[in-house]
Design a protein around this ligand. Structure first.
Ligand SMILES: NC(=O)c1ccc[n+]([C@@H]2O[C@H](COP(=O)([O-])OP(=O)(O)OC[C@H]3O[C@@H](n4cnc5c(N)ncnc54)[C@H](O)[C@@H]3O)[C@@H](O)[C@H]2O)c1
Length: 547
């Protein structure tokens, strides 16, 4: 794909900078994410000549090497869809500088000499550093070359402190700012949750924390209150705050302690403390920035504060992006039951920024996949098949695969919620695996298993019961189990004892008039609400799926 901006080809990205600046590492990652070919100019020269760079220097001198370099750059920059890492001296030739600037986007990775020295001091393959005082040599080279890098560059990325992943994100953000039409926004998908007057958009894409244009139209006044937590805040708060403040917003913040254990009334009160101390008004918008816990608490606080203030969800876990941020269920836990104190309260906007998933622990990613797979099982066989084909892409966090899976999950959830906002009927299907799962979570003690893990093992019990009822074949059950396993999820429940399971399940919110309403599968892709399972049938399913 070639994106053009004036004369520049954004599909030809050229990394320049000193030796040790990270051009190869960053370039490879950049190429992987953008599906471009990666080429390292020095390596291409070595491959072409069959000798090392020190050898070329020895035989042909620096001048000879530079000639080869110009020739190689001329070739590489004519290739379509490429990221090129260059040698540190490429900018010495005015011809090279001119050639690069006119053929692609030149990105200077600017790393301070001290860090360059630390990174390169044990490297014997750098002929220019084989001197008595390499540190001084790096300083000198930096003084000489820094102005030339600056002259050649379209973008300057201050590196050194961040890891390569951070530098790649900085490059992508900068590219996006200069060319708003290129992939970041191309990737954005928007859905609508059709709830009449309370309808709202869900935007899914990359770099959305920087998109003031998506947030501002939803704000009533110039004030926002952000609720986040002590893990997510340090990662993403400043980015969001900078976006809002640059747009003239006044921002108040409360950061809650992390974890389900704090999803309670005393912690909720801290949000009210902040809102009152900051004199927030009913028209101030509350933004929840975090996973499902922050979203559920922020939403409930927004529902209650002055009888309801506008609310925006910025979910940062996969689970929150595909499930908890959409649909308006908000709650805190009570010592006697999970999510027992809450309200239905819809957000004005959901912004699912896929970039935030890059820092999510792998176990949390898997837990989110349990809910993604759920949509396939209850109402979207085609999506289930897509997941079977593409699961590894999701585990590798490929942005396009993630965007697709999140969009499709949200679309399923939005349709169900639009048809049954307050869970009088069809919405209950979203609870597949949850009744058995809650028994696992409570039985083991909260925090032992993640919610998504319990849902996966719980879904296997529901699948087993569906098999006992003659709805699913043994092969169907195996197919579900195989998919969960590939996603890194448990497919067997812990041995709590069947009696204990049944006792815990009887406390579930899905009990109506004393009858447990289970969600089962009539077929793959077809969930049903089943109110007639006998304790013996349930016991058999639990027994069969515990290890
Ligand atoms: N409202 C609903 O409809 C609904 C639906 C499903 C689940 N839930 C609720 O959601 C909660 C579970 O949500 P969750 O799985 O997102 O858990 P969570 O909010 O506890 O997040 C999981 C962990 O990941 C951290 N984290 C979040 N984003 C991160 C990021 N980008 N990078 C690194 N770490 C990050 C969190 O701080 C936390 O430690 C439960 O309380 C559950 O009841 C609500």
């Amino acid at each position: 794909m070639i994106w053009t901006s004036g004369e520049l080809r954004v599909s030809c990205l050229i990394l320049i900078g000193m030796m040790g600046a990270g051009k190869t590492t960053v370039g490879k990652e950049l190429a992987r994410r953008r599906k471009l070919r990666f080429a390292d100019c020095d390596h291409e020269i070595i491959a072409r000549t069959g000798v090392s760079i020190p050898t070329i220097f020895e035989i042909e001198g620096e001048e000879g090497f530079r000639r080869r370099e110009t020739h190689m750059m001329d070739e590489l920059t004519q290739e379509p869809d490429i990221v090129i890492a260059t040698g540190g001296g490429v900018v010495l030739s005015p011809l090279n500088r001119e050639l690069m600037r006119t053929r692609g986007v030149v990105i200077y990775l600017n790393v301070p000499p001290q860090i360059l020295y630390e990174r390169t001091r044990h490297d014997r393959n750098r002929p220019l550093l084989q001197v008595d005082n390499p540190r001084q040599r790096i300083e000198e080279l930096f003084q000489q070359r820094d102005p030339l890098y600056r002259e050649a560059a379209h973008l300057i990325i201050e590196g050194g402190r961040g890891n390569p992943g951070t530098m790649v994100r900085m490059i992508e953000n900068a590219l996006h700012k200069l060319w708003p039409t290129e992939p970041e926004s191309e990737l954005m998908r928007t859905l609508n949750v059709a709830l009449g007057e309370r309808a709202y958009p869900i935007h899914i894409g990359r770099g959305l924390l920087e998109r003031a244009d998506l947030i501002l139209p939803q704000l009533k006044t110039k004030r926002v209150a952000i609720v986040t937590n002590d893990v997510v805040g340090p990662l993403y708060l400043e980015r969001l705050r900078a976006t809002l403040e640059a747009a003239g917003m006044q921002v108040a913040v409360v950061s809650l302690p992390d974890g389900e254990a704090h999803k309670d009334l005393p912690t909720l009160n801290r949000i009210f403390d902040m809102l009152l101390a900051e004199r927030c008004e009913r028209s101030t918008t509350l933004i929840a920035l975090g996973g499902g816990v922050v979203g559920d608490m922020g939403g409930f606080a927004a529902a209650c504060y002055q009888r309801g203030m506008p609310f925006i969800q910025i979910p940062t876990t996969l689970l929150a992006q595909v499930d908890s941020s959409v649909g308006g269920k908000t709650a805190v836990n009570h010592a006697l039951g999970k999510n027992m104190i809450g309200a239905f309260y819809q957000p004005r906007l959901v912004l699912a920024d896929i970039d935030t998933l890059s820092t999510l622990p792998v176990r949390e990613l898997s837990a989110g996949l349990a809910e993604v797979i759920k949509y396939g099982l209850i109402r979207d066989l085609e999506f289930l098949e897509w997941l079977e084909q593409n699961l590894e892409r999701l585990l590798a966090r490929e942005p396009e695969a993630l965007a697709y899976a999140i969009e499709r999950s949200c679309r399923n959830k939005a349709e169900v919620v639009a048809a049954d906002e307050t869970e009088q009927g069809e919405r209950a299907l979203l609870n597949l695996g949850h009744t058995f799962g809650h028994a696992i979570e409570t039985g083991l003690g909260y925090g032992e298993w993640l919610h998504g893990e319990a849902v996966a093992a719980g879904t296997m019990m529901a699948a087993q019961l569906s098999h006992q009822l003659g709805w699913l074949s043994a092969a169907d059950v195996e197919r579900i189990s195989a998919l969960f396993e590939r996603a890194g999820l448990p497919v067997w429940g812990p041995r709590l004892g069947v009696e204990r399971y049944l006792e815990l399940m009887a406390h579930d919110k899905k009990v109506e008039a004393g009858k447990l309403r289970l969600i089962l599968l009539r077929a793959l892709g077809q969930g049903v609400i089943h109110g007639d399972a006998s304790p013996a049938e349930m016991a058999a399913a639990i027994e069969a799926r515990c290890r």
